[in-house]
Design a protein around this ligand. Structure first.
Ligand SMILES: NC(=O)c1ccc[n+]([C@@H]2O[C@H](COP(=O)([O-])OP(=O)(O)OC[C@H]3O[C@@H](n4cnc5c(N)ncnc54)[C@H](OP(=O)(O)O)[C@@H]3O)[C@@H](O)[C@H]2O)c1
Length: 254
């Protein structure tokens, strides 16, 4: 199926590795131009080199921290200076630290707010005017299965990401008139650096596999394929939805 997004410009936050990187690769393969980001300039440079094999689209690499206001503003400006518009926005960041309620101070909660919620709000604010003006846009927030079913030991993620889901659903109501779709994609346990770190801190996390009907952790390309469809022209009637890419791990009926 042709996803009909050739030459679209996609900003993929936090994409030098992991899920964001897999999404950038997938969108390059679909003929998009991609803007990638991450804090570590060396990782970002390596990502730029390896991604170049997957498409002919331009790759703009912008070092920066999505939880930092000045960095976000710089990345938004550089993207618009280069491409004039961003058609597809994938919001993403690294995950907050694992731990239980007693382990976190109010400062930790505030940091999680900046990392997860403020980064979404600010990136959407930055790119929305152009999407509205061109009456076409795609916004996908990468959250977590934790917004449907809390994951033990991830209280910051479980709590603050739910606000992102509320933001995304609310925005889908406001932006339909501009042909902008806004959706929430919820990865389950997927084999990236983040999962390796969680397994290092808590090796028994691996036991969660027995609760996954497909019997294994996911691969980043499996998540990226779902994102590519959601940001495509083919998904033009899908907005305000939360899709789990979790091997069936969430137990709710809906
Ligand atoms: N993988 C899973 O099983 C899973 C499941 C549910 C939810 N999630 C969530 O999905 C998101 C992506 O996960 P992942 O598995 O791809 O993580 P990952 O393997 O740790 O990769 C994170 C990527 O984001 C960049 N990054 C991290 N913090 C950043 C920041 N503050 N500003 C800009 N870039 C940043 C990293 O580069 P730098 O370190 O150089 O910045 C890296 O490129 C996370 O929020 C994670 O919690 C993941």
């Amino acid at each position: 199926m042709d996803l009909l997004i050739k030459n679209k410009v996609a900003f993929i936050a936090a994409s030098s590795q992991g899920l964001g990187y897999a999404v950038a690769k997938e969108l390059l393969q679909e003929g998009c131009h991609v803007i990638i980001s991450g804090r570590d300039a060396k990782n970002l440079e390596y990502a730029t080199q390896t991604l170049a094999d997957f498409g002919k689209g331009k790759i703009l690499a912008l070092p920066g921290d999505v939880s930092n206001e000045a960095d976000r503003n710089r990345m938004i400006k550089a993207s618009l200076d280069e491409f004039n518009t961003v058609d597809i926005l994938i919001t993403n960041s690294g995950g907050p630290p694992s731990g239980n309620f007693d382990q976190f101070s109010l400062d930790d909660w505030e940091a999680a707010y900046h990392l997860l919620l403020a980064s979404n709000v600010a990136l959407i604010k930055g790119f929305l005017p152009q999407m509205k003006a061109q009456k076409w846009g795609r916004i996908v927030a990468i959250t977590s299965q934790a917004v449907k079913q809390p994951v033990d030991g991830l209280i910051l993620s479980n709590s603050v990401r739910s606000a992102v889901s509320g933001l995304i659903k609310s925005l889908s109501n406001e932006l339909g008139a501009y042909h902008i779709t806004v959706n929430n994609l919820m990865p389950g346990s997927t084999e990236t650096g983040r999962l390796q770190n969680l397994l290092k801190v808590n090796p028994s996390f691996k036991d969660n596999i027995k609760n996954i009907p497909l019997g294994r952790f996911g691969q980043p390309h499996e998540f990226a394929a779902a994102v590519a469809f959601f940001v495509s022209e083919r998904a033009s009637y899908i907005t305000g939805t939360s899709l789990a890419v979790d091997g069936g791990s969430i137990k709710n009926i809906l």
